[in-house]
Design a protein around this ligand. Structure first.
Ligand code: PHE
Length: 349
């Protein structure tokens, strides 16, 4: 134990073994064996304390010298090996730069998103800001406050998806909004007593049979303007301007009397069929006209529910379908394709 001879033997053996190690793995094993925590050299260094006093300095010094020497030899060998390994890899592995690359297929915006953004831009130019309202709505906002009380026949116009979790009292039940009009009340209650000019985009839900023309979820774009002295002329002017910007400068707009509980008077807005230009075709069912929006002057009861005195304030509101105009514009024959996630359809736009 602790003899100089043994130490020199270990050194010689270590150097021989090192030359024999020709892979990274073998090199690691070698390091473990000689220089590791339980390696030969490390163990010898620990025995210094047990030697006779007079031998300790010389032995300790020699152990340290050998350790340094082996570490140096190890590093040199490691360098050689990694160099050699790289050489073999370069020689054996080859990159065929003539292979065709993998195509990068970036996604793009959904047709509905594109349509919404176009609508935001058009109404933005007319001074409307986007106002977001929730999809899960209180019954009160979706119906009662819009002048549609519980037993009003107009509730039949919207077959409703109800949310299981219910609040207190009949008007606090939750539902998936059947139209974007409840956002009118939210915008009014938040902005009162300031004038308002907002558009409210969003998904609407109706418990309906799905057909080529009707989905149970679809987008609407609501518009609301509240101010002093706003008239029907402002509504018609806004819709006409929209139609010119969205469908083209020569588009004729027609306004027909209609009924909604939350507007008075109420109208329905048609444009000349964009496919046949008004001559008559299957898309417009040979009428020459396409229905694009419901609209009207905000009902005094609704203004009051929003916090505005109908004696001094007035306003108009409109609601567009978002998918319908795209269907017209791109001749999409089935509304179910919008949310069917079929890439063959989505990639067309
Ligand atoms: N909310 C109505 C619908 O869903 C559309 C509408 C909006 C009508 C605003 C008048 C005013 O059909």
């Amino acid at each position: 134990m602790g003899s100089f001879d043994e130490l020199e033997q270990i050194r010689e053996q270590a150097l021989v073994d090192l030359t024999g190690a020709s892979t990274t793995a073998a090199l690691e094993a070698w390091e473990d064996r000689y220089l590791g925590r339980k390696g030969e050299i490390t163990l010898r260094a620990r025995t210094v304390g047990q030697l006779p006093q007079e031998n300790r300095p010389a032995f300790g010094q020699r152990v340290n010298e050998i350790k340094r020497l082996l570490v140096q030899a190890y590093e040199a060998r490691a360098e050689e090996i990694s160099h050699a390994e790289l050489e073999t890899r370069l020689a054996t592995e080859a990159i065929d730069v003539t292979l065709p690359g993998r195509p990068v297929t970036p996604g793009h915006l959904h047709l509905t998103t594109q349509a919404l953004r176009e609508l935001y831009a058009i109404f933005g130019k007319m001074g409307f800001e986007v106002y977001e309202a929730p999809d899960v709505e209180l019954e009160a906002y979706n119906f009662d406050l819009l002048n549609i009380p519980e037993y009003h026949p107009a509730r039949d116009m919207w077959d409703t998806f109800w949310v299981k979790e219910t609040g207190e009292g009949p008007s606090n039940r939750r539902l998936l909004r059947t139209h974007t009009s409840p956002g009118q009340i939210r915008a009014m209650r938040e902005r009162c007593p300031e004038p308002i000019r907002v558009i409210l985009p969003g998904k609407c839900y109706r418990y309906e049979q799905i057909t080529v023309r009707a989905e149970h979820q679809f987008y609407q774009l609501e518009g609301l303007a509240v101010g002093r002295g706003i008239t029907m002329t402002d509504l018609i002017g806004t819709i006409a301007q929209f139609a010119r910007m969205f469908y083209g400068p020569d588009r004729t707009v027609r306004v027909r009397g209609s009924y909604f509980p939350f507007t008075e008077p109420s109208v329905e807005v048609d444009t000349e069929c964009i496919l046949c230009g008004g001559k008559g075709c299957p898309v417009c069912k040979y009428t020459g006209w396409l229905e694009v929006a419901g609209a009207g002057m905000v009902h005094p009861v609704v203004l009051e529910n929003g916090g505005y005195d109908p004696e001094t304030w007035s306003g108009f509101a409109f609601g567009f379908g978002v998918e319908r105009p795209s269907m017209m514009k791109y001749n999409v024959q089935d509304i179910r394709w919008f949310y069917g996630n079929d890439l063959r359809f989505l990639r067309r736009f």
